[in-house]
Write a protein that binds this ligand. Sequence first.
Ligand SMILES: *Cc1c(COP(=O)(O)O)cnc(C)c1O
Length: 466
Amino acid sequence: MSPEPAAALRALPSVDQLVRRLADRAELAKVSRGRLTALVRETLDAERQRVLAERAAPADAEALAARVVARVAHAGLFSLRPLINATGVVLHTNLGRALLSRQARERLEAVASAYSNLELDLATKERGSRYGHVEALLRRLTGAEAALVVNNNAAAVLLALETLAHGKEVVVSRGELIEIGGEFRIPDIMLRSGAVLREVGTTNRTHLRDYAEAIGASTGLLLKVHTSNYRVVGFTADVASRELVALGRERGVPVMEDLGSGSLLDLRPYGFPYEPTVPETVAAGVDLVSFSGDKLLGGPQAGIVVGRREVVARLEKNPWNRALRIDKFTIAGLEATLAAYEAGTALRTVPTLAMLTEPLAAVRGRARSVLRRLGADARARLAARVAEDRAQVGGGALPTVELPTAGLVAGASPGAARRLDALLRGGDPPVVARLVDDRLFLDCRTVLAGQVADLARRLAAAASEL
Ligand SMILES: *Cc1c(COP(=O)(O)O)cnc(C)c1O
């Protein structure tokens, strides 16, 4: 007979009782009282729900205490934790996008552990500009007259629209009214900036005359948006940056281009399709070019704006800029990342570029190495083998590219694959993989060399629990 639910729930210990029972456990020595109380509450809530759902008898206090200890072991001491990205998506927004180079991480550590000249000109002892630490580098790398960095590219677009087109019209092609994940939609950003959207052309074709006809006394800006996360293919036409610039000059209207990913390098030699680079767009004469710091550039989260001196200066003076400003860690990470481009070492040292251009054979080598470390027993239980597949670049970059990649296929049945997926996401470090065709695919393109042993250990442990 199942017990009466209310009576069963009364048999559970209280939060206080359980916290006291756990107070002296060595495994919990580093866990604060507040966090312990929260974990105890979560454990009791889960048990209450189980008792009600299953009409089961509640676990005793000792078993519940063990579950709290397991929860700590599982979740680690912190909420935000490193994990193993086995999705193959190099720029995964939910997994933190770009990893930083060793040098960038060292610069972060350096400015985190000592005071810095963030806004101090050491030569004159006068107040300096925080942007000064990266502006000259950005100018040299892009060919632009001036540069500014804000919180992210969404902020850069918002700041530019608010500065140049508040209360005015912004002319944009219908084919470029994009939505990026996370509520970034061009029409919404436009509305928030106080600018008025003036759509021209059609979804698949927009011509120079469409822009020309839309320009009037209230036009504040011609905006071109790189359709970074999708492509319109077939019968299409858009207007080249250079043509739009000529039109803007003739009619006295500034031109902005939101490049999205904003690569500094031409990646065609590595098998990627043509993408306009930042230097090319600047060279086309565009007044303002914006792009993300943590997409193809491979730096910290940031929105970089480069362009004509007078225009960038207007953005810099806008009070909104103060609200969107970057901190010293962004500057430190960005300076080191940009320095790698200038030194010509970026393809090797910037993890995003290194991962994107790593030859398939090397990725396959890592997959084999994980498989070898598993041992015969775990391999059999997991039905694990090395396989090849294709992966997305992610981060709304290079949407048509399917990178050849290699990894492990695991899970003898769809049910086993799903259980394995859940087991791997729990535990430390968590492993996030892809369910493909009812099997779990652990893509090794995004598994770091230093994570191979951990991945094998987690897989072996999960195999024993399957
Ligand atoms: C990604 C993207 C953005 C938003 O950039 P964040 O740095 O994520 O804020 C804006 N525009 C385009 C075209 C993008 O691809």
